[in-house]
Design a binder for this molecule. Structure first.
Ligand code: AMP
Ligand code: FES
Ligand code: ZN
Length: 293
């Protein structure tokens, strides 16, 4: 690992990932051993590696898998669901499964066709549905925190994009931990300091079976273009991505210290249909989407 000036054997690498995960959880005060942790598992390397590490560290975890009804050439959703299920049963862990088509009547591509948000690609409809569903399951099943497998490359790509467009609101909110708010369970990203190569190496060395294909809709996305660009910079100077992210977290305290944090503190309303919090009175964006389609 050039960025850390560190070379480890298999045994010590697996141990290192678990130790660093625990350090990250404590550093950003994400959760404790007494909490019930809900892991959002996509069947990919990051979220399964995260579930594995948390389980090895002795945290109390359950998983949630959302079947989005995406087929592509390779039955993307079916394949990823079966890998998430296999991991859960091999490790004797609970996995909650949500099927968007059977629960809400349509698959993600179908919702996207009938929805303004998804004129080009279904990704924004998909993001809205995932956020809503994860929070709904987490709250209903009594979990204390929701964790996702976002890694450093994901975070840096989003950060880069937000800086390019000076999206101040998004920059203010980008954080390893989004604290709880009325009706919203806290969200944490314990892998946010690991390079994608490191989470992939962990998954392989820990013998985790994961889906290698990306979602078919991610092809040509801005996120992927940003990742390529940032990999280029990283190649020229090892550690660039980590420094960009960590220095941002430090600078954030200063940048936003004297700005009123109105977006965090503004009151939320309860959606009359689903009961989940929403920034405006009336049905939440999720319910509007489901009823409109
Ligand atoms: P992505 O936005 O696809 O890069 O995924 C980021 C994180 O969101 C993953 O590491 C998972 O923790 C979670 N996630 C993505 N897709 C799903 C899904 N279908 N079901 C549950 N969690 C998911
Ligand atoms: Fe949601 Fe691809 S559109 S995962
Ligand atoms: Zn609603």
């Amino acid at each position: 690992m050039r960025q850390h000036k560190l070379a480890l054997c298999k045994h010590h690498f697996l141990e290192w990932v678990c130790d660093q995960t625990e350090r990250n959880i404590n550093k950003y005060k994400m959760f404790t051993k007494g909490d019930r942790v809900l892991v959002a598992v996509s069947g990919g390397k990051d979220s399964l590696a995260l579930w594995d590490a948390l389980n090895k560290l002795g945290y109390t975890t359950g998983g949630v898998y959302i079947n989005l009804g995406i087929s592509g050439d390779d039955q993307y959703s079916l394949k990823s669901q079966s890998l998430a299920e296999k991991f859960a049963s091999d490790h004797n862990l609970v996995l909650h499964i949500v099927n968007i088509k059977s629960d809400y009547g349509k698959t993600i591509p179908e919702f996207s066709e009938t929805n303004k948000r998804g004129k080009s690609k279904p990704c924004s409809v998909c993001g809205l549905l995932k956020r809503h569903t994860m929070n709904e399951i987490g709250s209903r099943k009594g979990y204390d925190v929701l964790v996702t497998g976002h890694n450093l490359d994901d975070e840096v790509s989003v950060l880069f994009n937000n800086v390019l467009g000076w999206q101040v609101d998004f920059l203010r909110r980008q954080s390893p931990l989004i604290p709880a708010k009325e009706g919203l369970i806290p969200k944490a990203k314990p892998f946010c300091r690991f390079y994608e190569r490191e989470t992939a190496a962990y998954a392989i060395l820990a013998n985790i079976e994961y889906i290698e294909d990306e979602c078919p809709f991610s092809e040509g996305s801005t996120t992927i273009q940003n990742k390529e660009l940032l990999n280029h910079l990283e190649h020229q100077r090892a550690g660039t991505k980590l420094a960009f992210y960590l220095k941002f977290l430090r600078a954030k305290k200063e940048l936003f210290a004297d700005l009123e944090d109105d977006k965090y503190t503004e009151a939320l309303f309860s959606c009359p249909t689903c009961g989940q919090p929403t920034p405006k009175q009336g049905n939440c964006a999720f319910c509007r989407m489901v009823t409109r389609s």
